[in-house]
Design a protein around this ligand. Sequence first.
Ligand code: XIL
Length: 313
Amino acid sequence: PKGLGALAERKRRYFGVAWDVNRAVDSDYTQLVLAQFDQITAENSLKWETTEPSRGVFNYTNGDFVVGTALANHMSFRAHVLVWHSQLPAWVTAGNFSKTELTSIMKNHIVNVAGHYKGKVYTWDVVNEVFNEDGTFRSTVFYDTIGAEFIDIAFKTARQTDPHALLAINDYNIDGTGAKSTAMINLVKGAKRRGVPIDQIGAQAHLVVGTLPTDIQANWQAFTDIGVVVAVTEVDIRMPTPPTAESLAQQAADYKTVVSACLNIKKCVGVTVWGASDKYSWVPDVFPGEGAPLQWDDNLVPKPAYNATVQAL
Ligand code: XIL
């Protein structure tokens, strides 16, 4: 244990980071990652488009590299993701499969991918982003073809395949209370009543500087009150670019809020940031005019957000 990971472990949490094969070529960056964190999530390499690019053809080259790096460095590995509507190959989205066919395709995917990584995974994100903002189910190829039942089937299949991995449902905008967080609670409650093995709610926590909900801790606490643990899985806190002294200070306060919320919740198991350096964040590509959401700047210099995290831990 080292860096933020070591500090988190003193509080019986982990502090993790998204990293991937395409970052390994930057050795300074990778050294930073290995020096600071004790958990890795593959940012992209375990997504369906990579692991099963054509039907029945599985590719684990990149995933194996990330898992191998994590385990060789005594970091735990969070596996992301089995069933998600995004980064899904066209053969799935445009296949026009029947309910029976798509169910068997989904199960086969889970059995193969979770089977390949069996024993190496601390938690699997089994399903990701199933809700709309109003708490209704998102229209996706899985929901539209199979119905909400796809979620139960995915969890049961994952449990059978890798009985030792914790199984998570993951989403964004479930930080504060509201329709989406309520929907998450209701889904997990119902699933548990039906004997569906959901162990963890993952709150992605893709946030915006200065706009954090005031009830994050109470909301995540409410998740754990229904018999699951919570993990903060993809933290970044973006701002209009370029940063100013003021926005960096607000960001530091916001990181402290998120990290402290987890530490204050008995069943919050850890925090994962969605990258370490601003130079590799996905944010500027997806939110034009926004960026600088992480704890180290483009030159790998620690930002106030890093210092605030150390203080919070
Ligand atoms: C993002 C990655 O960071 C990008 O590199 C990729 O191009 C798109 O996906 N929610 C998730 C993650 O669950 O998988 C997403 O990761 C960010 C939003």
